[in-house]
Design a protein around this ligand. Structure first.
Ligand SMILES: [Zn+2]
Ligand SMILES: [Zn+2]
Length: 263
């Protein structure tokens, strides 16, 4: 029922946007957009969006090949979140937009990217009580000026009417970005996150929102800390690097294993 309401609200918003468009430039090339466009990109730039439409890891939503049910990371690491998904792969135009969103002071991209999240959420079977963005450490927040995951979550909640909590899950240690970190380095995520009230999420079904799922380690560390009934993850894009990581780590050691997990 909730999803029907979301779809109805989206349809109303789509009509409003068609009459009074908020975005009139393509986010990819800057060309004027004259018609309603879910992605805010022109037809030409849309070819540069790589959708996460292939076979996915049943746990983290990463793209997998062949008959594999789980990606390398999920097959080899216990996960504290139930499931995660992302509508895009972190490549080409999506990667450029997310980099601009995070590093080039472009918080306005949150409204477009949150719409992509809603589209993915509607397709999922997630039953959610509360939405929580992956938090940013205070020092980093001061440096950057905003937490991109929180902006995404705020826009997402406006579109879905789901409640948002940005205060209870906190990041107590300032870490470098997790992009390209191996599973061995991820041990550093222990105790990076904390809860202000350890019972706040008890019995709740939480939807964690982030911009990118790289190895799944950030989402896993947050999920472990939340102490909730269920934890789902939603991000704009899922990294393609785990195939490369898996190949790097084990390709020489154990070719058979790689074949059965990621190829
Ligand atoms: Zn364009
Ligand atoms: Zn996975």
């Amino acid at each position: 029922m909730k999803k029907l309401i979301i779809l109805y609200n989206k349809a109303c918003k789509a009509i409003t946007n068609a009459l009074f468009p908020e975005h009139i430039k393509c986010l990819g090339c800057g060309k004027d957009l004259y018609k309603l466009n879910m992605f805010d990109v022109c037809d030409n730039c849309r070819k540069d969006l790589e959708f996460n439409n292939g076979r996915r890891c049943a746990r983290c939503g990463a793209n997998v090949y062949g008959q594999a049910s789980y990606c390398f990371n999920c097959k080899n690491t216990p996960r504290h979140f139930d499931r995660a998904c992302a509508p895009m792969l972190y490549s080409k135009l999506t990667a450029r937009l997310i980099k601009n969103f995070k590093y080039n002071n472009a918080p306005y991209l949150a409204s477009t990217l949150a719409r992509w999240l809603v589209q993915e959420y509607v397709k999922s079977d997630f039953e959610v009580d509360i939405v929580v963005p992956v938090p940013m450490n205070e020092n980093k927040l001061r440096r950057r000026g905003y937490n991109q995951a929180e902006l995404l979550a705020r826009e997402f909640c406006k579109l879905t009417d789901l409640p948002l909590d940005t205060t209870h899950l906190i990041k107590v240690i300032d870490t470098d970005t997790q992009t390209h970190k191996s599973k061995y380095e991820r041990a550093h995520l222990e105790n990076v996150y904390a809860l202000k009230d350890k019972n706040f999420f008890r019995g709740k079904r939480v939807l964690l929102i982030d911009d990118v799922i790289t190895t799944g380690a950030t989402m896993d560390a947050c999920a472990k800390t939340l102490n909730a009934k269920r934890v789902y993850g939603l991000a704009v894009a899922n990294s393609k690097t785990r195939i490369r990581q898996a190949s790097n780590i084990n390709a020489i050691k154990d070719k058979k294993f790689i074949k059965s997990t990621v190829l």
